[in-house]
Write a protein of this length. Structure first.
Length: 588
């Protein structure tokens, strides 16, 4: 039996994305969607649908330009090679596959197609009859009108066996496929798909269409190509917006008939589509910010700053996860060092770990272990070539733009920062002043001694340590966290102290109020928590009287002792560790 997969690239489609996903899954087994930096609720709705358990795979895109052909071809090969697709439908979110000619379901028709063929899929233009009524209802259940004739143009349905046998490419818009030959481009021949057509809801309201045009034209201008003329209609529409005129699509239905799609589709109940009317100004401003960010990051790329990514080894699964996250980074200039901390290690073990990397060949990857040649930290200092250093600990999740955003914060200011943190857990207003960080995040600049005192008083540290970007000189001063591990268990409080306790006054820390890193704080194991408490006790003994007022220190000791209630229920703690901690509590 055929496996049917839909692929789509979407941007700012919140008014219909839930309708599109739920309807497409009435005939498809899976959907692969690339979200092109949507600024409306598209991303939130997609994630909510995914969390329902629907077979929906979401990619985030960060580039400004509308690289439609490149993205859709990438999704096609992912569907073919990784998801085992037999029949593939490249569709836009405003396109709904329907059969209005007979009672055969779309899925049954698709299952009967030949996987060695490419099929022409005809278009018909549809519009809501009442654009602002029942906007939160399933789009195909609302009254509509449609063009009396089949529209010019088409989409295609891909037989994946043909793609595997004789690979081809989709053009921008997926209107046809072609082979590159010595004689030039040769269109892949097609046959018309029986009974099926695409219900194309290009226009849903004046606001929606103006918002689409305003952003799409900017995205198209950012990437000229031989296929850019396929979106040439956007230019005149963009000019209409600038003149304050109504934006009218070329195929706005003037000769149409009222039509009821309900008998031809399965009704869907929407859960996440309230209050999603498009906002022209918001989307246009967001697109402009993305353009500014792209310009900023292009300047950053021209500097070729290298980042050393350090990954402490715990097990193969965690290492594979770390590698998968690094492969997705959009910043290309980094190197990877894997540290085997718990055991002496051998060349054979190092070779095996190297084989787990299947990313870009130009990325330097080394596995370090302690042997007769000396300290693993000395090796790391001697062999690392990065201008900045970041540590990737197990269970930490990085966004795909983590490296580029953090590096932009460090480099693209009047003065560079030696440490950049992200995703802080407390109110940054305690570390005033702020200044505005281009392009959208606030940034706090805490003094090192104030930051450490705050950590000492609260017994906490910013979540950013798991994703801190650290200037090479600061990492050297911290001795690459030597003596900050128990086996492979990182002692984060010790790392913080080593990094910022005696930091010079002329070096600066930046804290970005954004979530480029997520850490599993709710999943801390009891032994890890106990070691943290023991560290805290030691640092309070050493540094508390110097950095905290007497009143603050007294309150901190009360807080420390009050935490012992947690340990009373620690049935799965290591007995010796728990005994040591409780003995410390008795001394306080």
């Amino acid at each position: 039996m055929h496996k049917i997969v839909v692929i789509s690239m979407v941007k700012n489609e919140a008014d219909l994305i839930e309708s599109f996903v739920r309807h497409s899954l009435t005939f498809a087994d899976e959907i692969l969607i690339a979200d092109h930096a949507s600024s409306d609720q598209t991303g939130e709705i997609l994630r909510a649908l995914q969390e329902e358990g629907l077979p929906l795979h979401i990619k985030r895109l960060f580039q400004v330009e509308l690289a439609h052909a490149e993205v859709m071809n990438s999704l096609m090969w992912e569907a073919v090679r990784q998801h085992g697709a037999d029949i593939l439908l490249p569709m836009d979110a405003d396109e709904f596959l329907v059969n209005t000619e007979n009672g055969t379901s779309c899925r049954d028709i698709l299952l009967g197609l030949d996987a060695m063929q490419v099929y022409k899929l005809e278009w018909r233009v549809y519009e809501p009859l009442h654009p602002h009524q029942d906007e939160d209802k399933f789009l195909l259940s609302r009254p509509c009108r449609r063009g009396k004739e089949v529209a010019s143009g088409q989409k295609i349905i891909v037989g994946c066996d043909l793609a595997r046998t004789k690979p081809f490419k989709l053009i921008q818009g997926c209107h046809y496929a072609y082979w590159d030959t010595e004689q030039g481009r040769q269109n892949v021949p097609w046959t018309t798909a029986p009974f099926l057509h695409t219900a194309h809801f290009h226009w849903r309201s004046d606001e929606q269409y103006a918002a689409k045009v305003a952003v799409s034209w900017i995205n198209n201008v950012a990437k000229y190509s031989i296929h850019t003329p396929t979106a040439g209609y956007l230019g005149p529409c963009f000019e209409s917006i600038r003149k304050g005129e109504r934006v009218v699509p070329a195929n706005l239905l003037s000769d149409a008939e009222e039509y009821d799609l309900k008998p031809h589709v399965l009704m869907q109940e929407l859960r996440y589509s309230a209050d999603v009317r498009p906002d022209v100004l918001k989307n246009l401003m967001s697109a402009s910010v993305l353009m500014a960010e792209a310009y900023l990051e292009k300047k950053l790329l021209d500097r070729h700053r290298k980042i050393t990514m350090v990954v402490p080894y715990t097990d193969d699964a965690s290492l594979r996860d770390a590698f998968a996250q690094l492969k997705k980074q959009i910043y290309p200039y980094y190197e990877i060092f894997v540290l085997m901390l718990e055991e002496h290690g051998t060349a054979m073990q190092a070779e095996r770990l190297l084989s787990l990397w299947d990313g870009a060949k130009e990325i330097s990857l080394k596995v370090l272990y302690t042997d007769t040649d000396g300290s693993i930290y000395r090796k790391l200092s001697e062999q690392a070539t990065g201008d900045y250093v970041a540590w990737l600990f197990p269970k930490t999740v990085l966004t795909e733009d983590y490296l580029v955003k953090m590096l932009a914060a460090a480099e693209m200011q009047d003065f560079p920062f030696c440490i950049v943190l992200t995703s802080d857990r407390r109110n940054l207003s305690e570390w005033m002043p702020y200044f505005s960080y281009p392009v959208k995040e606030e940034m706090g600049i805490p003094k090192a001694n104030l930051l450490y005192a705050h950590c000492l008083e609260g017994g906490q540290y910013p979540a950013g340590m798991e994703g801190a970007l650290i200037k090479r000189s600061s990492m050297e001063r911290a001795r690459w966290y030597q003596d900050c591990f128990l086996g492979s268990q990182p002692l984060f409080f010790s790392m913080w102290r080593r990094l910022i306790r005696d930091m010079p006054d002329d070096e600066h820390i930046a804290v970005i109020a954004a979530d480029y890193v997520s850490c599993p704080w709710e999943q801390v194991e009891i032994d890890t928590w106990l070691w943290h408490q023991i560290e805290w006790y030691g640092f309070l003994q050493e540094d508390g009287a110097e950095l905290l007022s007497k009143e603050a220190l007294d309150e901190t000791w009360k807080r420390f002792k009050g935490n012992a209630n947690i340990a009373k229920h620690a049935t799965d703690a290591t007995p010796e560790l728990l005994k040591e901690y409780l003995a410390i509590v008795q001394q306080v």
